[in-house]
Write a protein that binds this ligand. Structure first.
Ligand code: 7RM
Length: 653
């Protein structure tokens, strides 16, 4: 990211509608008014360490208190230094003492319609058992465990079991390819992998174990694989390496004391796209992360004892880590977990689940909202959605039309919408309305969470005036911030702390309006946001050039009505290879194999030359224009030659 904050940003979106929180909602909310928010915000601003320390005492259970709230040696932060804590005991054990013991922790539904409810006590038992399985297989505090699983309760159990013994989990999204999995296993040096024989997806089977087998051919660190039986698919078990989950669990003791871990003990690594080909292992630690997750869940989703909360994200993304598991269970709430796709067997599956479990709080992504709204209002109308009291959005800017549809058709006009801005790196939500306190404007994530000092600045790091676009930064360390990039502190420093020295640069552009509301304008670096998931253009390019026919490629995002961004790849071929439709297909399949279906280019365009500056930088701005159809290109199977753009070379440097 270093040096990328260069172009000036122009903001075009203007939206004037204002939705005030309704007074019934505000009365019962954790944060009841704009005044209450202002007071909290000011208090945190005045003495952030005292603010967070008070909350850490109140909201979390510690084995041993800390001696220092924050040790800040920019850009390296340590929170609650000397404190001892365990995430799994905060999410489980502390709820077993009172009436939550037999409350549903997880209500799970498989895609085929099978269901399972785990009470806090059930979940605690299975987590302890699996923690003992991990121990039996030689997993120790600090070891890394890779989880490559479908959305089944065993994934939650495995996460919490790792947390219980101090093993650091690295979850790899089940849609990623064997090659992507291999790279992540190798970078983290995982000792054990948990997977399943398959997952249910779109009425078919998503294979997983096969991909782990493939990945393990080129990994050295993995000693053991544990396999959950989910789809009864035919898989080969390797003796001495592979074990069935259900067989290991049978003999495992349900007694496992939670390890008293240092507040800064690494809880998980989660890989995210950057501007170079190699994904970054974002490292989150224990006490600070859990505090951010817990407090944000409580205030933003306004969690109450009787709520049924549902976040539709996959746990393979950070949203699932923080807002399906850790933040929600830490609050002792009930979290719904669904295995499959939103449109199976019919386009009303999500609404069916909302009605069936009387979901009160629903959190999803703009891409899903847009896709579901296209399918027609008859699908949500078939269901009683009156249990809903709060809606959330995350992953990308939500366009005002989608916001209004969500508000009217899903929320029945009376649910506040929290448009929550955050990142894998931030660990928890940073910019968001608090639903009982902040009036919302469709398309704006509104105001920073108390304790978060966000600002929009120009390239010199100076605050820009109202309604002028700039770069979104965070000025002070916060408890749930990433601590480093796994094994690469240099990259951590360069990526996040170099464009604006001493402050965190998010990589996003934004503007603040005259009311101080923040409007996120999207990435300013070479990272695309496809269906709410981050993909580096370089990652897709590296995958393309690894194909023997490809000489060079440049990948850009193009506006897409549903996905937000479509992937458009410009490709030059090695001599001797001819562009044709069959090769386009092959290249798309190649990217799917290298990274996964989410990275599959929507378009491949062959060209003889890529437009470059004299210093060799690809002029993506021009390619973006072409990809966006700002020039009529037509659909061609023939060679598209953009040599004309190369003439602009002289003007660029
Ligand atoms: C949680 C998550 C982070 C990137 C971020 C933004 C974009 C996320 C919003 C948003 C506008 C939002 N983590 N983004 N939330 N843009 N409004 N409410 O998505 O690491 O995968 O992606 O997503 O560009 O930098 S992430």
């Amino acid at each position: 990211m270093a040096g990328k904050a260069q172009e000036d940003i122009t903001s075009v979106l203007h939206e004037n509608r204002l939705f005030k929180p309704n007074s019934d909602f505000s009365k019962q909310a954790h944060i009841k008014s704009r005044t209450a928010y202002n007071q909290l915000y000011k208090k945190a601003e005045k003495d952030p360490e005292a603010f967070w320390a008070d909350l850490a005492k109140k909201e979390l259970t510690w084995f041993k208190p800390w001696t220092e709230v924050l040790d800040w040696k920019p850009p390296f932060a340590k929170w609650f230094v000397g404190g001892k804590i365990n995430v799994s005991s905060n999410c489980l054990d502390r709820h077993l003492e009172g009436p939550r013991k037999n409350k549903a922790a997880i209500i799970w539904e498989g895609e085929p319609g099978d269901t399972r409810t785990l009470t806090y006590q059930d979940l605690h038992r299975e987590v302890c058992q699996f923690a003992n399985v991990l121990k039996n297989k030689g997993v120790k505090k600090g070891d890394r465990v890779a989880l490559y699983m479908p959305m089944i309760p065993e994934l939650a159990i495995a996460m919490l079991a790792c947390a219980r013994i101090g093993a650091t989990h690295s979850i790899v999204f089940g849609g990623f390819s064997a090659a992507a999995l291999r790279d992540r296993i190798n970078d983290a040096g995982a000792k054990l992998v948990v997977t399943a024989d398959g997952g249910n997806r779109k009425g078919g089977v998503l294979t997983l174990k096969d991909k782990v087998d493939e990945a393990l051919k080129k990994t050295e660190s993995v000693e053991t694989m544990i396999v959950v039986k989910r789809t009864n698919s035919d898989v080969k078990m390797k003796k001495g390496r592979d074990y069935w989950w259900h067989e290991e669990m049978k003999g495992a003791s349900a007694v496992c004391k939670a390890a008293q871990l240092d507040s800064e003990h690494p809880l998980f690594i989660l890989y995210t796209s950057g501007t170079t080909g190699k994904p970054k292992g974002i490292v989150h630690t224990t006490g600070g992360y859990l505090l951010g997750a817990t407090v944000s869940s409580k205030w933003i989703f306004d969690l109450k004892e009787n709520d049924t909360y549902w976040c539709t994200a996959d746990i393979g993304w950070v949203t699932g880590h923080t807002y399906i598991i850790y933040g929600i269970l830490s609050n002792g709430a009930t979290t719904v977990m669904y295995e499959g796709v939103p449109t199976y067997p019919e386009p009303d599956r999500l609404w069916d689940i909302v009605e069936k479990y009387r979901v009160n709080i629903f959190y999803t992504a703009p891409t899903a909202i847009r896709a579901l709204s296209r399918l027609g209002n008859e699908w949500p109308k078939k269901h009683d959605l009156s249990s809903l009291r709060l809606l959330g959005s995350v992953g990308e800017p939500i366009n005002p039309e989608a916001w209004m549809w969500y508000h009217k058709v899903i929320g029945g006009g009376n649910c506040p919408i929290v448009d929550t801005w955050w990142q894998t790196e931030t660990g928890s939500i940073m910019i968001t309305p608090l639903p009982g306190a902040i009036a919302t404007k469709p398309g704006s994530a509104t105001l920073p969470f108390p304790g978060i000092e966000a600002e929009v600045v120009n390239k010199k790091g100076k605050k820009v005036p109202a309604d002028v676009g700039g770069y979104l930064i965070i000025k002070r360390p916060w408890p749930s911030m990433l601590r480093t990039v796994w094994k690469n502190p240099k990259r951590f420093k360069e990526t996040y702390w170099s464009d604006f020295p001493g402050v965190y640069f998010s990589g996003d552009g934004a503007r603040r309006d005259k009311d101080g509301y923040i409007w996120i304008m999207g990435r300013v670096d070479d990272v695309m946001n496809v269906s709410g998931h981050r993909l580096g253009t370089m990652e897709v390019e590296s995958a393309l050039v690894s194909h023997p026919t490809v000489a060079e490629s440049a990948v850009v995002g193009a506006p897409d009505e549903i996905k937000g961004t479509a992937i458009c790849a410009f490709v030059t071929l090695n001599t001797g290879h001819k562009p044709n439709e069959a090769l386009k297909k092959k290249l798309k399949a190649h990217v799917t194999q290298e990274i996964g279906a989410i990275a599959r280019p929507d378009q491949i365009r062959f060209t003889n030359h890529l437009p470059k500056t004299r210093s060799g930088k690809i002029m993506r701005r021009l390619l973006r224009d072409i990809a966006a159809g700002r020039e009529a290109m037509g659909d061609t199977s023939t060679l598209e030659d953009y040599t004309v753009l190369a003439k602009l070379r002289q003007d660029e440097d």
